[in-house]
Write a protein that binds this ligand. Structure first.
Ligand code: CA
Length: 225
């Protein structure tokens, strides 16, 4: 089986080295770039399976680089950000980043995110059904069952659940979800979203107060896992 190739665009030598060691020992092939310019060149010549992009580069604004990559690069881009600056993360996700990690991150978490992003690269086929744990969704029939029992969802609840599930593993920003479900003009109505997520959790989670599927990414959005 071919190894997945990952391009690391990171200016700090220690972090670059650390990423290289960890990625290689987890079975990935790595390409390293220390500047934005080098990153763009290597991305176009290698067409890697995934790009790890540091937002703080000396020669380029990470957000501009991301936008430039997104003009032609359709695979996963995971951004690495220094602190939990939520507005930065939201901006990057809205500009097409697949996922994000805040430094310092745990290697296990990074590998899990990478595997999930690469899996999604390769499974763009739309399946009419989804099953996870005791939860099953039939999209064309618009039915949801938990432990084999039908759950009654409103149209909006079903649409919201479908959107989250179809982007499994990926963080969706509040703005994105609001625009997709309620339409343009609702992007700031985060309280709508909070209410509907709460209702949905009551219906699908074993313990709505400690959700295992619909995860809150504080200040950013939600992730289905
Ligand atoms: Ca940096």
């Amino acid at each position: 089986m071919n190894k997945s190739e990952i391009l690391v665009i990171e200016d700090e030598p220690q972090i670059r080295k650390l990423l290289e060691i960890n990625l290689e020992s987890n079975g990935f092939k790595t390409i390293l770039a220390s500047t934005g310019k080098e990153g763009l060149t290597l991305a176009s010549s290698h067409l890697p399976d995934l790009i790890l992009l540091d937002l703080g580069l000396p020669d380029a604004n990470g957000h501009d680089l991301l936008k430039e990559l997104r003009l032609w690069y359709g695979k996963a881009i995971i951004i690495l950000s220094v602190q939990k600056t939520e507005s930065d993360i939201v901006k990057a996700l809205d500009n097409g980043a697949t996922d994000y990690l805040v430094k310092p991150f745990r290697t296990g978490e990074l590998m899990a995110r990478i595997r999930s992003a690469i899996r999604r690269n390769n499974s763009e086929t739309d399946s009419p059904k989804f099953a996870m744990d005791s939860l099953e969704i039939d999209f064309p029939a618009r039915t949801v069952t938990k432990d084999g029992e039908f759950i009654k969802l409103t149209t909006t609840e079903f649409n919201l659940l479908s959107l989250l599930v179809k982007n499994e593993g990926r963080v969706l920003t509040h703005q994105f979800i609001l625009k997709e479900i309620w339409g343009v003009g609702y992007q700031t109505e985060t309280q709508y979203l909070r209410v509907f997520v709460g209702q949905l959790r009551k219906k699908i989670e074993e313990n709505p107060n400690q959700p295992r599927h619909i995860i809150t990414e504080s200040g950013v959005g939600y992730r289905f896992q």
